[in-house]
Ligand binder design. Structure first.
Ligand code: MG
Length: 428
């Protein structure tokens, strides 16, 4: 056995101190500031909200702390009615350490079991709050959020462009201009809608069985779009969960020749057996789940092999950690994740942190092509998509900050703008 005398111990000690002195700032910060004994505890002091309407309805959440750090979150789609819900959550947040995110999520989720906490507006409101807590955690620890979600497996996140409000009409000049615009912006994937309530071939506004002529119109839109994009651009097609199973199966079969990136929600996702039946009937990849919430919502879809790709919306399905858990569950079935996304750059970037951290990421949606000016000014960092990719920032937290002057242009009239929420516990 080697003898260790005092001199050797002293030398070793001095070397480690010297090593620490030369450490990069992150490890030094971890050594010096994050032991359980000396990490300064953060406390939530206030929760504030603002409502905007761009592509759908979004609620922005600001969570304030006693050390001046403010976390930003965004909830979308099922966001109407989120403000009173968030107000009711505030009493479970104020005074708490914002870094204990799982605990805050479970406290709010389980307290709402009889109040709709299984899905819908409740989970969407919780998502905005949870996202803001991640922003705080990142800012407090000096790390980008992806670093706290397992670290990044990619430096940039591939984004696909939804065509926006511009319906693809074969031969139409404005449709061609939109296709060119998406190409010029550098996207490598795009999506179009083929469900059309105003199709002249429809006999009925309520029943969603498509006639032969209506299916012909759908196929013509896809053919036109496909032939005007180069083959290197992937194309996805959305049916918006409107049609019955007969139509869903017919369309899925007819579109096989286009080799789509996916066919989205050919039937509503609520009946998982019907979705599975469509998927089993075709070689077209089937994607679903933009209105499904939390792990429990995706469990049966995955177990029954009802989808080739899932598309949870990370700004409403339960939050960033919940998104990571859903993605990990999908990974065990070798199912990729292509998140639905319609939010501002704040929610888009928050979602991108998860996309950067999960191995089974496919592509993330972007839906603001009809609001480009607002998109480019909504956060102080400006445009975050470069040639169809979000490059992940090194900044702490989510990495973008709202430009309130620009964002306020989309404020829902008559709604408050980040005013303090009254919780019944005094100002908060
Ligand atoms: Mg969709």
């Amino acid at each position: 056995m080697q003898r260790t005398d005092r001199r050797t111990l002293l030398k070793g000690g001095l070397l480690s101190i010297a090593g620490m002195a030369g450490m990069p700032s992150l490890s030094a910060a971890v050594e010096q500031a994050t032991t359980p004994y000396n990490r300064p505890k953060l406390k939530i002091t206030e929760v504030r909200t603002a409502e905007v309407r761009v592509h759908g309805y979004q609620v922005h959440v600001h969570i304030h702390t006693d050390q001046g750090i403010i976390g930003q979150g965004e909830s979308t789609d099922a966001a109407q009615g989120n403000v009173p819900l968030i107000r009711s959550f505030a009493r479970m947040l104020i005074g708490q350490d914002p870094l204990n995110i799982e605990a805050a999520f479970e406290r709010i989720r389980t307290s709402g079991v009889f109040a709709g906490a299984q899905a819908g507006q409740y989970v969407t409101a919780l998502t905005g709050v949870e996202t803001a807590l991640w922003d705080i955690a990142g800012k407090a620890l000096g790390l980008p959020v992806y670093q706290l979600l397992g670290g990044r497996v990619r430096d940039r996140v591939r984004i696909y462009c939804d065509s926006g409000e511009r319906e693809m009409i074969p031969g139409d000049e404005r449709s061609l201009a939109r296709i060119k615009q998406i190409q010029d912006l550098g996207f490598t994937a795009a999506k179009i809608d083929i469900d059309d309530a105003m199709d002249p071939a429809r006999f009925d506004r309520v029943n969603w069985t498509a006639s032969n002529s209506e299916i012909d119109h759908m196929l013509a839109k896809i053919a036109f779009t496909r032939e005007n994009y180069p083959r290197s651009i992937d194309l996805a097609v959305d049916m918006h969960a409107r049609y019955d199973a007969t139509t869903g199966k017919r369309v899925a079969k007819e579109v096989e020749k286009f080799k789509l990136l996916w066919l989205e929600e050919p039937v509503p996702a609520e009946n998982i057996d019907a979705m599975r039946e469509v998927r089993a009937s075709t070689s077209t990849p089937i994607c679903c789940g933009e209105n499904i919430y939390m792990r429990w919502g995706f469990r049966e879809i995955l177990e029954k092999r009802a989808a080739d790709i899932i598309m949870p919306d990370f700004q409403k399905c339960g939050g960033l950690l919940e998104a990571r858990k859903i993605a990990d569950m999908a990974h065990t079935y070798y199912v990729p994740v292509a998140p639905h996304a319609v939010t501002s750059p704040i929610g888009m970037m928050a979602s991108a942190h998860v996309c950067a951290a999960i191995p089974n990421f496919l592509v993330q949606e972007w839906h603001w092509i009809d609001s480009l000016d607002l998109w480019r000014n909504f956060v102080k960092e400006g445009e975050i998509i470069d040639k169809g990719f979000i490059r992940m920032p090194e900044r702490a937290g989510i990495g973008v900050e709202m430009n309130e002057e620009a964002a306020r242009k989309a404020q829902v009239p008559g709604t408050p703008w980040f005013e303090p929420v009254q919780t019944g516990r005094g100002r908060g």
